[in-house]
Design a protein around this ligand. Structure first.
Ligand code: NG1
Length: 483
């Protein structure tokens, strides 16, 4: 659409039918102001471009199913009404000029080629490039994708376990598609973007991209993998979903990325050892064993056959009947991003496998319970999930434990970490009559007391207005708002 006409529509406010299916009425004035500011900045940045599109991709919060997706097991997230917006225009050449309204993210340009060249780890541009590369791989023609001028604006807290990274990848893909004749259905796009995001170096599953694209307003989404399927789940009436940000950043570029990839590796090693014990061929993920044996039998197998103590590389090689070097080679242990001496490393296979398999069963049960509207029972499942994330998968931290304890003590029926962990946010299920109490106690005891004493610099960030505690209605999945 012509940028000047769009600005008129947004600023004079006589047409909002393109926004009402996506946003709540009370959000509209803020959304319109944000969109208008974005278009105006775009015009300032790229004065020659007139025809623009605008796309949006939300972040997500995960209710249940942590660290199950990359094992091919289900998850139960919902989209949050915090999103990445992208205003873009098609270029005649193959250059991409990417800009961000937040000066923290410096501008960058690159060329759309069959093989996009990625920058060093941690650069925001890699997420944009990952989407271009993913769609290029998918289209299998080098000439397919256009060059673009792009301006991004996001309000999803970063490093908070709310998938700001996947929202950026998905928004980029939607922007590309808004300027090309190619049509890719949301389900397929979610799969393509899940693979694409691995270009940034994280061995992620497909939860975040699917949640960002397929969520429905006001509902949670049960997602299954291989093949990807998604089904909406109504939330219990009279309860709110409350998100609390621990203010401990877990950017998946440094230590958190290593820890994340380390967990994915342990799951693969556990799969190999268990497959060998059970005599099952061809299982690449715990999910394959889960589908073959069922959760109860698989849990029995894990509990009876795997050692409590961490396994060394030699132990694993012995279990598999091969030499340690072969294990290293097969699982890519040499030259891993960790840079550690892998022969000295140990792997907690039993605890990791117990978590993943029991967590998948919690998702199955949780979706049934939620459909029945039994919020107390669902809350108990969330609490069990947090305990397993903390004890078996070791992805919690003292701050997340404190936040979840405080929420439970003050009236939440369920509280757990959400996302990859190691910091970031908690998600809480709170009866509406307890909401004010939970919020005010968490604000007092966590932010004004604990954070102030333990992390003064993070307390300053909190004080400066970073959004920390919010309840919300689930947002709609990502789409093109203006073509
Ligand atoms: P976060 O870090 O919360 O965006 C990550 C993975 C998910 C999933 C969760 C843990 C990516 C892009 N996201 O989410 O796929 O594995 O951790 O449940 O890698």
């Amino acid at each position: 659409m012509d940028a000047e006409i769009l600005l008129k529509i947004l600023e004079e406010g006589y047409e909002d039918s393109f926004l009402t299916p996506v946003y709540e009425l009370k959000e509209l004035p803020g959304v319109k102001a944000r969109l208008a500011a974005l278009v105006r900045k775009f015009r300032g940045e790229f004065p020659e471009s007139r025809e623009v599109s605008i796309v949006r991709a939300p972040g997500r919060v995960n209710l249940l199913g942590e660290h199950t997706d990359y094992s091919g097991l289900p998850v139960l997230p919902m989209a949050v009404p915090r999103e990445v917006l992208c205003c873009s225009s098609r270029r005649r050449d193959k250059r991409v000029l990417a800009r961000n309204v937040d000066p923290k993210y410096p501008p960058f340009d690159f060329l759309v080629r069959r093989r996009v060249s990625f920058s060093e780890r941690g650069r925001w541009g890699n997420y944009v490039k990952a989407a271009f590369q993913g769609l290029t791989d998918h289209s299998s023609t080098s000439s397919g994708l256009p060059g673009l001028e792009m301006l991004f604006d996001g309000n999803i807290p970063t490093g908070a376990g709310l998938s700001s990274s996947s929202a950026l990848v998905v928004a980029t893909a939607l922007a590309i598609l808004s300027h090309s004749r190619k049509k890719v259905e949301s389900l397929e796009l979610a799969e393509v973007m899940a693979v694409a995001e691995r270009y940034v170096g994280t061995q992620g599953g497909g939860m975040d991209q699917a949640a960002s694209l397929l969520s429905e307003p006001g509902k949670a989404l049960k997602i299954d993998f291989f093949p990807l399927r998604a089904e909406s789940v109504d939330l219990a009436k009279g309860y709110s979903i409350l998100v609390c940000n621990s203010m401990v950043e877990a950017e998946k570029t440094g230590a958190a990325m290593q820890a994340y990839n380390g967990r994915a590796l342990e799951c693969k090693l556990a799969t190999a050892v268990l497959s060998r014990i059970a005599g099952i061929n061809g299982a690449g993920r715990l999910g394959d064993l889960y589908r073959e044996l069922g959760s109860a039998q698989l849990l029995r197998l894990i509990r009876s056959e795997l050692n409590e103590e961490p396994h060394s590389l030699e132990d694993i090689a012995r279990c598999l009947g091969v030499r340690p070097e072969e294990v290293s080679e097969r699982f890519g242990l040499q030259g891993t991003s960790t840079g550690e001496d892998i022969s000295k490393k140990s792997f907690r296979l039993k605890a990791r496998a117990v978590h993943v398999v029991s967590e998948a069963a919690r998702v199955e049960d949780g979706a049934i319970i939620m459909r029945k509207g039994d919020a107390d029972a669902f809350g108990a499942v969330m609490n069990a999930s947090h305990a397993s994330c903390r004890n078996n998968f070791e992805v919690s931290c003292p701050e997340l434990d404190l936040l979840t304890d405080l929420a439970r003590e003050n009236g939440a029926v369920g509280a757990r970490l959400t996302g990859a962990g190691f910091g970031g946010c908690t998600v809480n299920l709170v009866p509406q009559q307890n909401l004010d109490e939970v919020k005010s106690r968490v604000l007092e005891a966590y932010y004004e007391d604990f954070l102030k004493r333990a992390h003064p610099e993070r307390y300053e960030m909190y004080k400066s207005g970073t959004e920390t505690v919010f309840e919300f209605r689930a947002a709609a999945g990502g789409q093109c708002l203006v073509a």
